[in-house]
Design a protein around this ligand. Structure first.
Ligand SMILES: NC(=O)c1ccc[n+]([C@@H]2O[C@H](COP(=O)([O-])OP(=O)(O)OC[C@H]3O[C@@H](n4cnc5c(N)ncnc54)[C@H](OP(=O)(O)O)[C@@H]3O)[C@@H](O)[C@H]2O)c1
Length: 344
């Protein structure tokens, strides 16, 4: 069996902002941070060029994901060498700033943005997604005001958030801060965004960029029919994080029923469990694109991921999925709104 050269179809793309056309599957770079096993930088950059060539042109990263911002810098230099400015213009890199909740002055904020600009080797950040750990500390309002200044000065194309809850997103929008998107956990297991967040986003034209949609790989054939994994068998930070979610959601037995149901649906469409899990979230009304973690140079799911754009879930699929989900616990009641898991 030869390797087929793949290119994503046009439906894989969407107009995210007036100036940015993105891939609806966004390559997540937490997986290069070291918390998911070793990554060889050279192989990773090679792999990034392949992703880009096949249409996976959009990257999600953060200042604290190990070498992720440096990888973008090196990837862009190599991309420019191979394809010039045109190739560069077709690539989008969405980073984050996750400061500790200290005093937010103009120099502190500028220095953080300039550090990302230097590392990523760009003149302007395509999207800066801001995270804040503690709403009782109001300094985030200063941070966002200074970030907005940097946006006006052309250092940031668009301002966004990650893990903000509905109330605080709403307050910011009412304050006139122009927020393009909010990156939140959103999967078949964690549907908290559907409670309030989606509606607010619809009203204000804010996109959601979901993560955790494959539960770090738990939502896949690998775990179908498997005994409950022991903590030490969960060898990535993602698997550990989302196993906790599954436990809170309803436990391993119900999770197995969900996997069985998804397998039936996947077989019917001749796709896979991750394909079904991602398609479900991708079809939510305010989802621009879903972020899927990629272990660059170490694991490759591109061919399989491309199948997401070749099928749709039908009414019967939704009924079957809902029948299982109806028996799960209410994570909104147990954990709170989007991002509350970060704010014990
Ligand atoms: N804003 C935040 O607070 C936040 C938090 C977490 C994540 N994120 C973002 O979201 C991204 C996604 O990370 P995540 O931790 O949520 O993980 P995820 O995307 O739910 O899971 C990624 C893992 O799923 C496995 N997998 C199984 N089948 C797959 C398939 N068909 N296609 C692709 N992968 C498959 C892969 O494992 P193998 O590599 O072992 O094959 C892969 O490493 C991160 O990289 C980051 O950019 C953001």
């Amino acid at each position: 069996m030869g390797m087929r050269k793949m290119t994503l179809p046009p439906v894989s793309r969407m107009q995210f902002t007036s100036d940015m056309h993105i891939c609806r599957i966004i390559n997540g770079m937490w997986q290069v941070s070291g918390a998911h096993g070793p990554i060889d930088p050279r192989a990773a950059i090679q792999n990034m060029l392949e992703y880009h060539r096949e249409g996976f042109t959009t990257w999600d990263l953060a200042d604290h994901y190990g070498p992720a911002e440096d990888f973008i810098g090196e990837f862009r230099r190599q991309l420019a060498k191979a394809g010039g400015t045109q190739a560069l213009a077709a690539s989008q890199a969405f980073t984050k700033w996750v400061p500790s909740p200290m005093k937010m002055t103009r120099p502190v904020v500028r220095e953080a943005v300039e550090r990302s600009l230097r590392r990523m080797d760009v003149e302007r950040l395509d999207l800066l997604q801001f995270h804040w750990w503690d709403y009782t500390n109001p300094n985030y309002l200063d941070a966002l005001a200074y970030l907005d200044e940097l946006r006006e000065q052309g250092k940031i194309r668009h301002l966004a958030l990650t893990n903000f809850d509905t109330a605080h997103l709403e307050a910011l929008l009412k304050n006139g801060i122009h927020i393009v998107s909010n990156q939140v956990q959103f999967s078949l297991i964690d549907r908290r965004p559907e409670v309030q967040m989606v509606q607010l986003c619809q009203e204000h034209g804010v996109w959601l960029l979901p993560y955790g949609t494959m539960c770090g790989g738990l939502l896949s054939e690998i775990y179908l029919g498997r005994a409950e994994p022991r903590p030490w068998e969960l060898n990535t930070a993602s698997l550990q994080k989302y196993k906790h979610m599954v436990d809170t959601w309803g436990g391993w037995k119900l999770f197995q029923e969900l996997l069985q149901t998804l397998k039936g649906i996947a077989d019917k469409h001749q796709v896979t469990i991750p394909n079904v899990a991602v398609r479900y979230v991708l079809d939510s009304p305010v989802v621009a694109g879903v972020i899927l973690g990629v272990r660059l140079g170490a694991a490759d799911h591109r061919q399989e991921t491309g199948q997401i754009f070749g099928f749709m879930l039908d009414e019967q699929d939704h009924v079957q999925i809902q029948t299982v989900l109806d028996r799960s616990r209410d994570l909104y009641r147990l954990i709170g709104d989007c991002g509350d898991e970060y704010r014990g």
